[in-house]
Design a protein around this ligand. Sequence first.
Ligand code: GDD
Ligand code: MN
Length: 366
Amino acid sequence: MSTGPELAIIIPTYNEAANIPILIARLESTLRGINWEVLVVDDDSPDGTAAIVRSLGQQDARVRVVQRIGRRGLSSACIEGMLATTAPYVAVMDADLQHDETLLPQMLAQLRGSKLDVVVGSRYVAGGGVADWEARRAQMSRLATRISQWLIHADLRDPMSGFFMLRAEVLQHCVHRLSGVGFKILLDLFASHPRPLRFVELPYQFRPRQAGHSKLDYAVLWDYLVMLLQKLVGSWIPARFIGFSLIGGSGVGVHLLVLWGLHRALGMSFIIGHSIATLVAMTTNFWLNNLLTYRDQRLSGRAWWRGWLSFVAACSIGAIANVGVARYLFQADSLWMLSALAGIVVGAVWNYAVTAVYTWNKADHV
Ligand code: GDD
Ligand code: MN
């Protein structure tokens, strides 16, 4: 008989010190008779969540913690947690007691001895629901749900669910293709798996959060958009590069607007207006990238200014490379649009690669 765990529960946490002991106590009673383990993946929460899990682990060896340093992200935390277990069945759930842990034994029963890949805890099948949600949040959720159903071509009623259980092989088949950005890990799995996944949805009532507050904000919506785009263009382009390029595109708008204001409206000379517009656009690009693309290692205070300086320096060289490549190609065969596009791509890749390393200081993003 095997002695390893049959079921692993992966719990991503950021500042859940007040909730995690309650959840683990509930799991211990709900999962009686099952050979389980819990893996809490904590992004170095300032409230000391990881230390609390460690002390719980000292009382129960089935409780483990992975503490990530200098990292943020719900999806990537779930992926790393799922990869850190040997259990053949893996569940993901939130720490804040919004997911109904009493559903877990049923989910496991569905997977065992069947051909199913995934069992999804669903708010949008009969019997499920979202109690006490503000209208705006409910609307946002419905819209995101509709977009994602179109993306994955599966009749999954709740593709945004953060509560599900799967066979470990399912993850292993698609882990290299996952985008791992943002909150939408289930959607990512469905969209990345080489064949359509066999699933069932079990209803549950999404409960109000117990303590602390939600981390779902506008930056999470941005991540969602970037992930959708990445699934459309293909996973060979890094998600961060897509976000970076979108923001770069917005910089063109900023540039033209500032130039119009200074040159046309205020009568400043074109070249001075153009130079100021360039600097302003670089600054808004830096600001947005720091807020969104690199929010997991956001710079602030003095580091913000140092980052800004290196960003402007890198992008200035990028601009020279851009113009150089475009001019060279244009001289060779005067296809103006192709030359310009090649210049833009070279400049963008340069800016992305250099700022990933020097501005946000992480060699492993490139
Ligand atoms: N490790 C880690 N890193 N965990 C995180 C991070 C992070 O950057 N951000 C959030 N978490 C953890 C929280 O501590 C919590 O346990 C869980 O992920 C969900 O985060 P919430 O902030 O509570 O999200 P929510 O309740 O707004 O969203 C939930 O419901 C959505 C459906 O409406 C999540 O389950 C979403 O995945 C789900 O789509
Ligand atoms: Mn929550």
